[in-house]
Structure formats: C-alpha cells, structure tokens
Write a protein that binds this ligand. Structure first.
Ligand code: SF4
Ligand code: SF4
Ligand code: SF4
Length: 247
C-alpha cells in the first residue's frame, strides 16, 4: 500500500470540452510524440509494422454514436481519455512498492519507473483504463500532465502546458489549477456545468468534462441547402446527367 497526501497545494488538471472536440486525434499524436521524442523514457511500440502492432498511448480518443431517448437524430461524440489525476487515486494506494505516487505540491499522479515491478495492480485498480504497460520496457506508464513541459524554463511561456492542450486545433482542451476557484478552468467548469467521470467510483477525479450542448431544434442551414436549380444546365447539368446514368 502506498499513501496519498492528505491534501495538495494545487490541483493541476485538464478540462475537456466534449462539445467542441472533433475527434481529430491530434492530442493523441502530440502526446505520443512528446513522450517518445523528448524528455523521459520513450513510449514504446512493439511490432509496429507487423501483424500484431501494439504500443503504449497515454491519451486515447473514443468515438460514439448516441441516439437521444426522444428519438431525435443520432449524434457523434468524441471522448478523449487520459489519467484524471484523481484525489482518491486507487492506483496509488494499491501499489506495493511506492512506485505510484501523488505529488503534494500540484496533485499530479506519477510513476517512478525505477521502483515499478510491472505487477499491473494499478492498471487493474484504475476504473478508467488510464494506465498502460509499456510493451518494451515492461513498466507502467501514464499521463504525467507533461510535468517536463509545464515547469520547463527552457520552453517559451506559451509552450509550458501539456502537449495535448498546446496542439488541440479545436480549443477543446484546457489546463490549469482546479483547486483555485478563480482560475480560468474552474470558472469554465462552473459556467458550463462540468462533470466528474464516473463519480460513483469515489475517486474524485481532478480532470473535468464539459458536456455537449443540446443540438439546435431548428436546422439553421436547411434553407440554404435547398436545391437552387431543379434542372441545372451547362457543365453541371451534363455532369449531373452523366452521374445519374452511371448510377
Ligand atoms: S485516472 Fe486512473 S491512473 Fe489516473 S489517478 Fe485516477 S485511478 Fe489513477
Ligand atoms: S505496475 Fe508498477 S506502478 Fe503499478 S502497482 Fe505494480 S509496481 Fe506499482
Ligand atoms: S486534439 Fe482536441 S479536437 Fe482533436 S481529438 Fe484531441 S481534444 Fe478532440
């Protein structure tokens, strides 16, 4: 058993906007790149060009098609998932060697790879599937909240955020201190009704998700999508008739 700090000075984490995430996977690639090519031990792949490729990814995006109960049109949701840096982190308390730990100064949950024996208990204890056994090094890996970027004085100030946040083209990922009620991320959570993932697990995740906004009842684009010409002439007319004959 490994102890958790009684309290942390800050609660650094992510706020992820499920309304604006477009599922592009740029955050996944940026995370893999930063954690493979820069500081720290590489994030390994095994058999990358073979029949059974596998690799360690600290951030993954799952996409779902959901049909609302009222029978409205189905919606696609993209759901990025990485470690939520839980306040009551079962992955830490289950660790037999102290390799998994939560930092008192900022609440980041990390793994000391030198002390990890690869038993996998922490991955079993995490209800979010947020830990990954490195297939080459046989040690546990997880999101570090880019601890080697956010305090890195060799980087320009604007780059001192997690790689996924810096990369997201949709502005769907936000980073900050969720323990400070006046921080931009805390205000965003209040304004948008941010939620905990699986609160029934009692892990008290620091990361929050902003739920998708309901779809507009009126399709504002519909009037503009009406056909402007039922029988187009010229090149478009020829193309239309040709495609119809082929179809
Ligand atoms: S999300 Fe999983 S790995 Fe991360 S702190 Fe919570 S229990 Fe641990
Ligand atoms: S795999 Fe490593 S970090 Fe996880 S519980 Fe075992 S020793 Fe701890
Ligand atoms: S980079 Fe941003 S928009 Fe793209 S999948 Fe990640 S969170 Fe979503």
């Amino acid at each position: 058993m490994t102890a958790l700090p009684e309290r942390t000075d800050r609660k650094l984490g992510l706020v992820i906007d499920l309304d604006t995430c477009v599922g592009c996977h740029a955050c996944v690639i940026a995370c893999k790149g930063w954690n493979t090519e820069n500081y720290g031990a590489p994030l390994a792949d095994a058999d990358p060009y073979g029949a059974s490729p596998e690799g360690a990814f600290l951030n993954r995006v799952h996409s779902y098609e959901v049909r609302p109960a009222g029978g409205d049109a189905a919606q696609i949701f993209h759901f990025p998932k990485s470690c939520l840096h839980c306040e009551d982190a079962p992955c830490v308390t289950v660790c037999p060697t102290g390799a998994s730990y939560k930092r008192g100064e900022d609440g980041i949950v990390l793994v000391n790879e030198d002390a990890c024996i690869g038993c996998g208990l922490c991955a079993w204890a995490c209800p979010y599937g947020a830990r990954e056994m490195d297939p080459a090094e046989k040690v546990m890996k997880k999101c570090t909240l880019c601890v080697d970027r956010i305090y890195n004085e060799h980087l320009p100030q604007e780059d001192r955020v997690p790689a996924c946040v810096r990369t997201c083209p949709a502005g769907a990922r936000h980073f900050g201190d969720l323990g400070d009620p006046d921080s931009a991320v805390s205000r965003l959570v209040v304004e948008r009704g941010g939620i905990d993932l699986m609160p029934e697990q009692g892990t008290r995740p620091v990361n929050k998700y902003l739920p998708p906004r309901p779809r507009d009842e009126i399709d504002v684009l519909a009037p503009f999508l009406d056909p402007v010409d039922e029988a187009p002439g010229g090149f478009l007319g020829w193309l239309d008739r040709t495609l119809e004959r082929m179809g």
